[in-house]
Design a protein around this ligand. Structure first.
Ligand code: 13P
Ligand code: SF4
Length: 351
């Protein structure tokens, strides 16, 4: 009925099962079964066929569901790795499985390509936390400061900032800036973590912040850590720098999504408690089948709006699907902040 033979679907289900059998199905909360893979197969097959036919590249953030990350993505990564992949994209069409600011960044980097975000309005509580007008006002007040924006910000905000950063490079970039005063927007928790890290490195800078937080990471508390220590005393605690400073201070490792994946891979410990978005657990399980992971299961509802069905919807109707657009003037200014990030980031863990 879908134009795919039974043999093609069986082969695809086998490919998926080989990838997914060690990880937890977000719907059933159990490990992916062969039957789960048989259900995914017709969609992933069709998407992978159309992607080639339509000269499309699929980029997916680790927070998306595993059928997307492992079934159809050409590249999976954290926000820095995906922005780097967007720089080198050869395809005419980029389908970004993530949230709006990520797809917008890919468009700014590639003004001549078509960029699509399958869940058209998937936003980010942080990126929507500060407006360009507010940043403009701050620039008058802090005229000697370097303005640093988290990549989780709008194109308009990036356009008023000197440099953009991700969780994978924020500390190194802020440390390298010549200015003594830094204004960091819009993540207040990350800004507090920057202060702590600069102090640890004996670098004297004043960090001002204005001011929002991630609705997923800001929920982690010291109490969560106390619970973990009581229930899983051998577990290493890993967290993302969007968590509060009290949480990162009590963590064995605090870093970007790619940083956490690398930490676990290189660690001799066998149990880990993960204070981040639950999607990272899938990649941790897949890459470290002999290790055990504990999580409170917090998820980013916006990231989970990316589905095989809405990706297929874009690919089946590419000429009419809504594209991510940024005005040329804003894109030009925002690109400077993004380019400065690439210049200053140096060699990164490109996963
Ligand atoms: P990463 O930079 O680790 O991908 O984080 C992006 C993000 O949105 C975290 O909530
Ligand atoms: Fe934004 Fe938080 Fe979702 Fe990341 S997890 S995309 S910061 S809302």
């Amino acid at each position: 009925m879908n134009g795919l033979t039974a043999d093609q679907q069986k082969q695809e289900a086998e490919r998926l099962f080989a990838l997914l059998s060690t990880i937890t199905n977000f719907k059933t909360k159990e490990k992916f079964s062969y039957e789960d893979c048989l259900k995914i197969a017709p969609l992933s097959l069709r998407i992978n066929q159309l992607k080639q036919k339509n000269d499309a590249l699929i980029l997916a953030h680790y927070y998306c569901t595993p059928d997307i990350v492992y079934g159809i993505a050409d590249f999976k990564g954290d926000s820095y790795a995906l922005a780097s992949k967007a720089v080198n994209a050869k395809e005419k069409n980029i389908i970004f499985c993530g949230v709006y600011f990520m797809a917008q960044t890919a468009k700014i980097i590639n003004p001549d390509k078509n960029v699509f975000l399958p869940p058209v309005t998937a936003g980010c509580s942080l990126a929507d936390g500060i407006t360009a007008e507010e940043v403009k006002e701050l620039k008058q007040k802090y005229s000697d400061a370097a303005f640093v924006c988290y990549i989780n910000s709008t194109a308009q905000v990036k356009a008023y900032c000197d440099v953009c950063v991700t969780s994978a490079n924020v500390y190194d970039i802020v440390a390298k800036l010549p200015q003594k005063q830094i204004v960091f927007v819009p993540d207040l928790f990350m800004a507090e973590n920057i202060r702590t890290e600069l102090k640890r490195r004996n670098i004297e800078k004043e960090v001002f912040f204005f001011f929002f937080s991630c609705c997923v990471h800001d929920k982690y508390t010291v109490q969560d850590i106390e619970e973990i220590k009581k229930n899983h005393p051998s577990a290493k605690i890993i967290s993302h720098p969007e968590c509060a400073k009290e949480v990162s201070g009590l963590s064995d490792y605090c870093g970007s999504t790619s940083g956490m994946l690398a930490y676990v891979k290189n660690s001799t410990a066998t149990e880990f408690a993960v204070l981040s978005e639950n999607g990272i657990i899938n990649s941790l399980e897949l890459e470290n089948p002999s290790k055990t992971f504990y999580s409170t299961g917090r998820t980013c509802a916006q990231m989970k709006r990316n589905t095989l069905l809405n990706v297929l919807g874009v690919l089946e109707n590419l000429s009419k699907a809504p594209k991510v657009e940024v005005s040329a003037q804003t894109a030009l200014k925002a690109k400077k902040a993004i380019d400065n990030m690439f210049k200053m980031a140096g060699k990164q863990n490109d996963r």
